[in-house]
Design a protein around this ligand. Structure first.
Ligand code: 13P
Ligand code: SF4
Length: 298
């Protein structure tokens, strides 16, 4: 019923619905495209629709708007924000730029538009190693996620890294003891993990990657059971793509991502509510690092 109404408004509003793997199963089921942050940013950049409904947290909608200023971008849950998106500040960036020569400010897309505007290049968890490796700079200020940053650092030798100390409260809450207990309960399972987990927990993983990479790893693996150490929304796509395999969630939910419901998707389409509006100067400055990510990320 709600889905039928959504489809009617999709037509009349010329809308495309994008959803991140962390939103609820019902919302993923009604979306036109479901994916990780990088995939969705690429789809949003190319969308030739009057309206893009972004079922995700605020920074995702902001990136879509910055990359595709001609479309109206609506957030079904406009208050759903990623706490990590604000865990860096302009003063720290300015201080380091003044003090450290040959510095690139690398900004994880999980960040507010005003932080992107102060950065040289954006990355997501699926392209960060590739993009940071390709930069000519010897010094890297990686904001805001220190955990993804240390994951990249371990794979890109020869560069100095500085961090702003940000973290994802959902992934950083996962402890060594949680993974060890899950392994004891399911010794036959491989451990798949997101790089937003802390380094000592990542050391226990069999595979570390973005949400899309975790799904691809499970699909191509000869293993039959997996402990999934990222937000459990990914289990919907994992079970859809790997019907014969077993998945055990280990990480807790992201409350912000779960604010989005089919009823709120319908309401934002009906009312035109939750529109992403950014100051023109911020959007203009933030576009460059996002477009550089698309160019370098492949
Ligand atoms: P990816 O979709 O890039 O794996 O990012 C995970 C995330 O935390 C998004 O909020
Ligand atoms: Fe932010 Fe973590 Fe939620 Fe992703 S899972 S949106 S990084 S709080």
């Amino acid at each position: 019923m709600v889905t039928e109404e959504i489809n009617r408004y999709k037509e009349s509003e010329d809308a495309l619905i994008l959803a991140h793997y962390y939103v609820s199963d019902e919302v993923q089921a009604l979306a036109d495209y479901v994916g990780d942050s990088y995939y969705l940013a690429k789809i949003a950049a190319k969308a030739q629709k009057r309206t893009v409904v972004f079922c995700g947290v605020r920074f995702m909608g902001e990136s879509a708007k910055i990359l595709n200023p001609a479309s109206r971008v609506l957030l079904p849950a406009a208050e759903a924000d990623c706490p990590m998106a604000h865990m860096a500040d302009a003063a720290q960036i300015a201080e380091l730029r003044a003090r450290v020569r040959d510095l690139a400010v690398v900004c994880y897309v999980n960040s507010g538009a005003s932080l992107k505007a102060l950065s040289d290049v954006c990355v997501t968890s699926s392209n960060a190693v590739k993009i940071v490796s390709s930069l000519p700079n010897r010094n890297i200020l990686f904001i805001p996620d220190e955990n993804l940053g240390s994951f990249v650092q371990a794979q890109v030798p020869g560069k100095n890294f500085y961090f702003s100390g940000g973290y994802c409260p959902v992934h950083a809450a996962l402890r060594v003891a949680d993974v060890q207990a899950a392994r004891r309960a399911h010794p036959e399972a491989a451990v798949l993990m997101h790089p937003e987990c802390v380094a000592e927990v990542r050391a226990l993983a069999d595979y570390v990657g973005s949400t899309a990479q975790i799904i691809e790893a499970a699909q191509s693996s000869s293993m039959q059971a997996f402990l999934v150490c990222t937000e459990p929304g990914v289990l919907y796509e994992l079970r859809r793509r790997c019907p014969g395999k077993t998945f055990y969630p280990v990480t807790s939910v992201c409350a912000d991502m779960k604010q989005i419901t089919p009823a709120r998707v319908l309401a934002c389409l009906k009312e035109g509510s939750g529109e992403v509006l950014l100051p023109a100067a911020v959007a203009e400055r933030a576009r460059r690092p996002l477009e550089r990510m698309l160019a370098l990320g492949g």
